[in-house]
Design a protein around this ligand. Structure first.
Ligand code: C2E
Ligand code: MG
Ligand code: MG
Length: 709
């Protein structure tokens, strides 16, 4: 140290006291020369820097100051020397003797000589490691808080949900910007208004109640769906989840999270609509009709009115579908649906049950005449020509009408259906009103169907065989298989009505399959026992429905092969109606059977259609003259003429003619005279079980006694 300009002993009156105070001061104190050399240091400073005093006195403050803080320090020193400041305070870092940084706060003043030249600085140094730590911690805590607030704000502000705070009076105290985005209100315009102001009037009471409960019970977190209006006057569906935070001082309100669920809600509405409506015509479907019917019947009963149901079915709709395509069929149904809606009174419901079936529900009927008039009006509007892109079509409707009879709405639909069935039966394009006798008939049909189903399941179906006799020699030529139903109590039933209902219900398919199998099995047995001396073939009756059913030809083949038969051992009998109404797949099946060698026969010939053209187109082996003509022989001369004509026709077309229902010798004689080939009837043999049939020799002595032609 050169040129010491001052010594501490000269600074105070009592140098010792002064030195002691100086030495023991709790903060670091140094006297520093203008060039930076430490002139004097106290113990506290030695502690702060980690250097013993003697060592510090060989250093300058520059030596132990962090280089990054040095310029700032020197700049202050310069200013002080220049006189622009008299003291300065700064924070900077020292390097501790062990190498680590020590943050310090420096308070520096300058002592000048009487001539004003700088003599030395007095530096007060405080270690601020602790303070800085706290400050840094505070700063980072503050930063974290700010960040989290920002994050929260960003979430709230950017959320597609509206977040609202509602005060105890039910007014909006805060809402997130989504409110403006979603509902289109001007910023701030919603604030302070009751939160129900934008809620649909129908939903307000419910929401107020929810809110009231929530205020009373903070544990309650209800989920409510309401409609709210937008600034444009549209309605949106929103879902509200609310939490009571009234007692939370930071919130002081009800927090409501409002989410737009319009799309979801509309999808649900659409689904619900679809569940109760027919998607093609938009009319109510069966489910909705059932619901309305129930209510209508109840209302009408209270008021003492009648409820009527019109069950409507388009005649030959299938024809349009088949010939013009399903698209045309759909358009036709849509048009009919519209016409029906225009024809009914307001308040009456039109529903579509499916296919071409419609129902009109007529409420509070005063007079039944009104309903008949409506049925006629419907008949008229439906039968007016309909222009479709595929062409002009005209359809008619058959209508069944039923009135509520007090037995419940479900009966009404069934009764109307029964009446419709009757209207169709009577020739379509008309209406029929349900009566009790119709019900009895319907009931009988239902019982018959159940009985047949039961018999099929429990193996109570049997087949009896009636001989078809060669009228030339009186021998059994073939047999016809006829279905019999064995009742539970052992009785035997004829197939008549059973066949009808089985045909309607489709039950004829499994029943027919059973008959076919039994008939072929019996034929197999006769073949095995009698060889060519047995029946030439077994004839099995087949309905149109069976013939058109899937797998029919397979079943025939299986029955033949399974019983060691050839195709010629089997003849299938159909009615004329089956042949005339056959569609293309049915015709293909017929053709296939013919190619295979199965014989085809027309049953009940003469009762159906006058057109005989099909006889030429169809590969038929025989015709069976209906028994009504045979019954008329000797009674009605025109019957004899018909029989004669059919026999002549058969001859010219190469067809065998079988006369059915021969009951008397007189009939037999006349048929023989007319040259009929074959005959069948009670006179020649009743239908009997297969084991009761005898072959070989004439069935009647009359044949043997007859003079040979
Ligand atoms: P169908 O094919 O015309 O059969 C002849 C019917 O006339 C039989 O009645 C037979 O018992 C009856 N019959 C025979 N000879 C005489 C007679 O001299 N006088 C009178 N009054 N009737 C006679 P069934 O067995 O009651 O059969 C009635 C109809 O039921 C049959 O008429 C046939 O169309 C149908 N059917 C019978 N079995 C089956 C079957 O397995 N499948 C189908 N799809 N229909 C069958
Ligand atoms: Mg027959
Ligand atoms: Mg017949």
């Amino acid at each position: 140290m050169t040129d010491v300009t001052a010594s501490p002993s000269r600074i105070a009156g009592d140098p010792e006291e002064f030195q002691l105070a100086f030495e023991q001061a709790p903060i670091g104190i140094a006297l520093v020369a203008p060039d930076g050399r430490f002139l004097w240091v106290n113990a506290a400073l030695s502690r702060i820097c980690g250097y013993p005093a003697a060592e510090l006195l060989r250093l300058t403050f520059q030596d132990i100051t962090h280089p990054e803080d040095l310029d700032a320090d020197l700049a202050q020193v310069e200013e002080m020397i220049a006189g622009s400041i008299t003291a300065y305070t700064m924070e900077k870092r020292y390097f501790h003797a062990r190498g680590h940084e020590v943050p310090v706060q420096l308070d520096v003043s300058l002592v000048r000589a009487p001539d004003g030249s700088p003599r030395y600085f007095i530096s007060h140094v405080q270690d601020i490691t602790e303070r800085r730590g706290t400050r840094d911690a505070l700063a980072s805590a503050h930063d974290a808080l700010r960040a989290s607030q920002q994050r929260f704000a960003a979430l709230v502000e950017r959320s597609t949900d509206i977040i609202c705070i509602i005060d105890e009076q039910g007014c909006i105290a805060y809402h997130s910007p989504a409110a403006e985005r979603l509902l289109g209100y001007l910023p701030g315009s919603w604030l302070g208004t009751p939160f129900t102001a934008v809620v649909h009037p129908e939903d307000q009471a419910g929401l107020n109640e929810t809110f009231r409960r929530l205020v009373l019970d903070p544990t309650h977190t209800p989920l409510t769906e309401v409609r709210v209006t937008t600034a444009d006057g549209d309605w949106r569906h929103v879902e509200i989840v609310a939490t009571n935070r009234l007692s939370d001082p930071a919130v002081g309100g009800i927090v409501a999270n409002v989410r737009d669920v319009t799309e979801r809600s509309e999808a649900a509405t659409r689904l619900a609509w679809q569940a109760f409506h027919d998607s093609l015509t938009g009319l109510p479907n069966r489910a909705l009709l059932a619901d309305r019917l129930g209510h209508a019947v109840e209302r009408a009963r209270r008021a003492g009115d009648l409820t009527a149901l019109l069950f409507l079915d388009l005649d030959r709709f299938k024809l349009v579908n088949d010939s013009m395509g399903h698209e045309a069929g759909d358009l036709l149904l849509i048009e009919v649906a519209q016409r029906l809606q225009q024809a009914v009174r307001t308040g009456d419901s039109v529903a579509r049950l499916g296919g071409d079936e419609f129902v009109v529900l007529v409420e509070s009927v005063g007079e039944t005449d009104e309903v008949s008039a409506l049925a006629e009006r419907i008949g008229d509007v439906v039968s007016a020509p309909i222009q479709l892109p595929q062409g002009m079509v005209t359809v008619t409707a058959s209508i069944g009408i039923a009135y509520d009879s007090g037995r419940g709405p479900e009966h009404l639909l069934r009764d109307a259906d029964t009446a419709l069935y009757r209207a169709k039966d009577k020739g379509r394009n008309r209406y029929h009103v349900f009566t009790e006798s119709l019900r009895t008939a319907a009931l009988r049909r239902m019982t018959a169907e159940q009985e047949l189903r039961d018999a099929l399941e429990h193996g109570r179906l049997e087949v009896h065989y009636q001989p078809i006799v060669d009228l030339a020699d009186g021998n059994v030529h073939a047999v016809e298989a006829l279905l019999r139903i064995r009742t539970e109590d052992g009785g035997l039933e004829l197939p008549g009505e059973y066949i009808e209902v089985a045909d309607e219900s489709g039950l004829i398919v499994p029943v027919g399959a059973a008959v076919l199998e039994m008939a072929c099995a019996a034929m197999g047995t006769w073949r095995a026992r009698y060889g060519d001396g047995g029946p030439h073939h077994v004839a099995v009756n087949v309905s149109a429905r069976e013939l058109a059913s899937a797998g029919f030809t397979d079943r025939v083949l299986q029955a033949l092969e399974g019983n060691d038969l050839v195709a010629a051992d089997l003849v299938l009998e159909f009615t004329e109606a089956t042949v005339i109404g056959a569609d293309r797949p049915t015709l293909r099946a017929v053709d296939w059977l013919h190619q295979l060698g199965v014989g085809l026969s027309i049953d009940d010939f003469g009762t159906g259609y006058s057109s005989l053209a099909y006889l030429k187109r169809f590969p038929i082996r025989s015709v069976k003259l209906d028994r009504t003509f045979v019954g008329g022989l000797g009674v009605d001369p025109s019957d004899a003429e018909i029989v004669k004509a059919v026999i002549t026709l058969g001859r010219s077309l190469g067809l065998e003619v079988v006369a059915e229902g021969i009951e008397t010798l007189d009939q037999l004689r006349r048929l023989e005279e007319l040259g009929c080939h074959f005959g069948q009837g009670f006179l020649l043999g009743h239908p009997v079980a297969s084991t009761d049939l005898r072959f070989g020799g004439p069935v009647l002595p009359a044949f043997t006694r007859r003079p040979m032609a």
